[in-house]
Write a protein that binds this ligand. Sequence first.
Ligand SMILES: NC(=O)C1=CN([C@@H]2O[C@H](COP(=O)(O)OP(=O)(O)OC[C@H]3O[C@@H](n4cnc5c(N)ncnc54)[C@H](OP(=O)(O)O)[C@@H]3O)[C@@H](O)[C@H]2O)C=CC1
Ligand SMILES: O=C([O-])CC(=O)C(=O)O
Length: 441
Amino acid sequence: MAVAELSTSYTKTSTRFHSSQLSLSSSSSRFSDHFRRSFRPLPRTRNATISCSVTSDQVQTPIPVQAESPKGKSECYGVFCLTYDLKAEEETKSWKKLINIAVSGAAGMISNHLLFKLASGEVFGPDQPIALKLLGSERSIQALEGVAMELEDSLFPLLREVSIGIDPYEVFQDAEWALLIGAKPRGPGMERADLLDINGQIFAEQGKALNASASRNVKVMVVGNPCNTNALICMKNAPNIPAKNFHALTRLDENRAKCQLALKAGVFYDQVSNMTIWGNHSTTQVPDFLNARINGLPVKEVIKDHKWLEEEFTEKVQKRGGVLIQKWGRSSAASTAVSIVDAIKALITPTPEGDWFSSGVYTNGNPYGIAEDIVFSMPCRSKGDGDYELVKEVIFDDYLLSRIRKTEAELLAEKRCVAHLTGDGIAFCDLPEDTMLPGEM
Ligand SMILES: NC(=O)C1=CN([C@@H]2O[C@H](COP(=O)(O)OP(=O)(O)OC[C@H]3O[C@@H](n4cnc5c(N)ncnc54)[C@H](OP(=O)(O)O)[C@@H]3O)[C@@H](O)[C@H]2O)C=CC1
Ligand SMILES: O=C([O-])CC(=O)C(=O)O
């Protein structure tokens, strides 16, 4: 069947990039580069793959064959339409089993940094092949093709498969990680209640899709704002996935807090540990300087200016995103991507002895007396198995408790506001006046 003929029935709803089901049978990765470059991208085809056998000293002409796409609706694109006869090569024998990583908002700014970190091996390691499953929308599908083309041109050996689509049920199929970044930004004059509703609808749908299609143990990292409540909505719509698997990203706030403490103390930031962000990823978040440490010592013993800690430090961290937007005219995409990497690594590597990390997690039997049934940032530790435990040995004082109560009240109000999306009855929106994202000022 002629490739040109097939290309006419191409649809954009789901395009699967079979880069490297291509596990190349050559004996060197340099050969794989040569091989990929030896073929011009083919026209888009429908339900067709090109297969060929390759040896290290011989490259055969690809033979188009009719092949059932693995998921029925998937489409291949360009060079990724080539399927190779894969004989395990020496180098790939030690590679782990491929993992599926789904990313929403994949044509957005944060993803533009994150995807290349994922594909390079920086996140999951140099022996971990990955498949990227990119979720976009009608409005972004062209851009998403552009993203996929850049991934092609980067020749990442560990990137074995890329697919793009606009249907979350399809894109989330078998996902073991779901990085949910896409969300509508709050526009001028838009009420926060409206934002909660619009983005809540997105996360309710994506929760249902994860429930239906993803791996039963998928780890879900919600980045799109308001991320705590979006994570709660997503989780409530995915009853078959453990609630413990849902995270709202507060690692950026943790990193920002560490940076400010290091700056004040005049130490390098790797000397700051045990940094908890409590509560909401908003301007009520609580960067906890009571339990944090600098060079192993309590922060308050190193930084004697306690007024600075309570006032300037706290506000600086809470509003860092907004100051950055004012300076640059856009939000912090690069450092957010870095913090997503940190947040994933925190779950897949054992937490250093005595330390912990922050993540927005479901309050189900928490030891701190925080209201149950919300997604609240708290101190966590991991054995490196993708799971986490809450840290017990933290102390509280009146200042910390009063701040925690404020961010807790905000999250409870947000929850009431989205009751129609969590199955908790009729929504009632009484958000505190000053409720703001870190980027809003
Ligand atoms: N938790 C955290 O620490 C941080 C969170 N964020 C949040 O991350 C999210 C993404 O940020 P960023 O990548 O910079 O944003 P971008 O605007 O670059 O990308 C956002 C993506 O969201 C998708 N989207 C979904 N629904 C809509 C909609 N109704 N209107 C417009 N776009 C929509 C779009 O993709 P598509 O069309 O494909 O759906 C778009 O590409 C934001 O919600 C932001 O507030 C940002 C920084 C830190
Ligand atoms: O408000 C935003 O979109 C940006 C944000 O979350 C942050 O910088 O922390």
